[in-house]
Design a protein around this ligand. Sequence first.
Ligand SMILES: *[C@@H]1O[C@H](CO)[C@@H](O)[C@H](O)[C@H]1NC(C)=O
Ligand SMILES: *[C@@H]1O[C@H](CO)[C@@H](O)[C@H](O)[C@H]1NC(C)=O
Ligand SMILES: *[C@@H]1O[C@H](CO)[C@@H](O)[C@H](O)[C@H]1NC(C)=O
Length: 828
Amino acid sequence: MARERRRRGPEGGARGPERGPQAARRARGVPAGRGRGWALLALLSLALGAAGLAYGLYGRWRLGRRVVTPHPAPRVLPAGSSGPRAAPERFWGSYRPHVYLGMRPRSPRPPVAGFMWLRQAAEARLRHTCEQSDGLPGYGWLLHDGLRFGAQEIRDRGLTLRTEFVKRPGGEHGGDWSWRVTARPESPGDQTSLVSLLFYVATDGQGTLQPHLENSRLVSVTGTSEELGHFNITFHRPTTETGEALSYASYNHLDARSPGLHRLTDVVKSSLSNRFVYAAPGGPKRRYFAVDTSRARPGEPDQAPQSHLLLHQVTLPLPCRVEVTFESGSFAERPGSLVGAALSEELAGHVAAFERRFEETFSLARKGFTPQQQRFAKAALSNMLGGMGYFHGHSIVQSAHSQHPLAYPEGPLFTAVPSRSFFPRGFLWDEGFHQLLLARWDPALTREVLAHWLDLMNVEGWIPREQILDDEARAKVPPEFILQHNEAANPPTLFLVLQQLLREPGQGPAELSYLRRLFPRLRTWYEWYNTTQAGPQPYAFRWRGRDQDTDLFLNPKTLTSGLDDYPRASHPSPAERHLDLRCWMALASGVMAEVAERLGEPAAEYRRMQQALSDNALLEQQHWAEQLGMFADYGNHSQAVGLEREKVAVGPGQPHHQLPAPRLVRVVRKPPKLQFVGALGYVSLFPFLLQLLRPDSPRLGSILGAMRSEQQLWTPYGLRSLARTSPLYMKHNTEHDPPYWRGPIWINMNYLAVRALHHYASLEGPYQQRAAALYQELRANLIANLYRQYLESGYLWEQYSDSTGQGRGCYPFTGWSALVVLMMAEEY
Ligand SMILES: *[C@@H]1O[C@H](CO)[C@@H](O)[C@H](O)[C@H]1NC(C)=O
Ligand SMILES: *[C@@H]1O[C@H](CO)[C@@H](O)[C@H](O)[C@H]1NC(C)=O
Ligand SMILES: *[C@@H]1O[C@H](CO)[C@@H](O)[C@H](O)[C@H]1NC(C)=O
């Protein structure tokens, strides 16, 4: 399952500093001296010893602190560059991807806005944060330009919600925005269902809010905060779908404190009571659930409330519409509130502009895709844009040199996320794939995201690979996975993005000065990989941080590679050579060389590295497994391994039910030896995927053959991750770890494959025709299946079954699965 992605174990298990020798040294004490001279000598040596010890401790402490020492180069994004003055148009956004609808400004601890809903039935099912367990038949942004507006459809059982927002620039604090939520019954005749729409504003430690009531209806909230200045939020009266006033609705509100934003759902849930009565004139009286200020739990008594919550609930029959406006106090020349007809008009204008820009960017109509297929592609792009999040806080990190976890420096991260429900936070290697798509839509956005990631770098050149920055993020991750270790790498896919940005036409002075700011960090980042992940011989590389506990896994995982359980050498050792990392380094070297050349910085060593790493003869020498007929990892490996049920000895008189359940443990039937690892799959394709092979290389022919073979990688739905003929194909790694990168189809790798086929189809050589034919076929298969699964299930998925094509893992996954848009557009 999807949870795999966030797992990793530090290399060598728990890795504190070795305490033994030091403790011994301390216990040893001072040798007893005989005369004065001896005593003096002893004293001197004691002082020296203590100084040495202190120096040693200091050195270790300093090494340990390096993990939380920021990179010394000036930040690519100076403080304030995301703020309302420097970037007013991006200040507010749907940057809370983990809720069905929410807005926040790009500010450290700002007031946020959000939405919940509740279908009135025998039990109250409150919807707020995106949860797979809600089992919604579909939700996601259908249109979203990443800047000014968005339109989302949410299908719940019994009703459909359309949530729209529009921003309007003006003033000095990021301007205004409006929401419109339209709720319709699932079946048009249904006049009996009652729905509650709940809108809230909540502070997060900074700023103040003031409720304004008319009878018991919360009409508006006024507030102030550091970066927002004065503002107000108005909850307009509900209307019909077409904007006519409704004669009756019930109102409730909540004014409560919460320990933090991560507990808002709990606070609201605990306040719900069904003592309220809905009594439309002439209709039957009905009890309904509503927030009840008298019941709201104040939060944990020992925790100062961080958050002030004001919530407006309106309860009414379907269909209906509610609008909310946010108005900024410094917006002086407002032409009128953005509601009703004015809002409709703005929305229509944005929709038309989006449609035009989408076609200009991706040409899907021109390529003959049907309007329905175009809608699918628009939804894929929009949901990635609508999944952009702004996070502020700090990671918890652990250095190999320190005993305790430390708080990483606090900072912001503006990033797309893999999945709004399951992974609503930044992941380093996913982001490279996300930005391949977004760079086509809005290169300025991509440049900013890239800068945010590189600004997270420490002095060592390390970037934590999973960004769990605030309480809301931490609430979604089991504690044991929160810690980030500083020897853990992740594929440096941001180089793919840089490569893409460098290709953009019209590289002016602004782009050059941007590159200049990036460069010191890029250099250190590259160096970090080149040294900490170096392999056993020149130009070979090795992922650190593999699982060490070889008994408990069929094959110890390599989470840092991004490919988690993809089979590697059965016995992790320093002798390993990892093919994928070597290819990533070839890519990184080439991009570094190009950036350095453009900036007039020393480029020769990067160029030399690139040439060495793309030298096909050297590549074959290190990674071509003649016997297997493919490229492969190399390491201490045994093919003959299996999981077997442990035998548990029963003691005399010991009752059976007290025995621990026997575990599955690994048995090695043939001892490992240094050899190539037989596991044909995505890793074997890397020299092709990253286009290192010469077009006339006979290995290219072998790779195309393996790709097209149905026994190996080919399926009607895309390329599977591991060949059917591979010993670990679709094998569990432990009793509870189902296969993840051992068969299912992943879209990021398939995108690289389609892109590489397109590349080789354009180069003369013996395999040109073959590549061109495979390109057509693979691209068509992927597009057809993702589209079909979207129509059937309502979502894009984390991965796809190689036997049925069905979506698997978590959803919605409009992270890299949205790369299908680039396949449709043939943008590589
Ligand atoms: C909200 O603020 C705007 C701008 O300051 C003002 O024009 C409007 O009257 C205010 N509305 C309410 C309900 O306070
Ligand atoms: C990468 O590391 C190797 C081995 O230490 C070194 O020879 C090479 O110069 C490094 N490459 C760059 C570009 O720094
Ligand atoms: C391979 O692994 C086995 C079992 O752990 C070990 O005994 C052997 O020394 C290893 N060989 C190498 C070359 O690392």
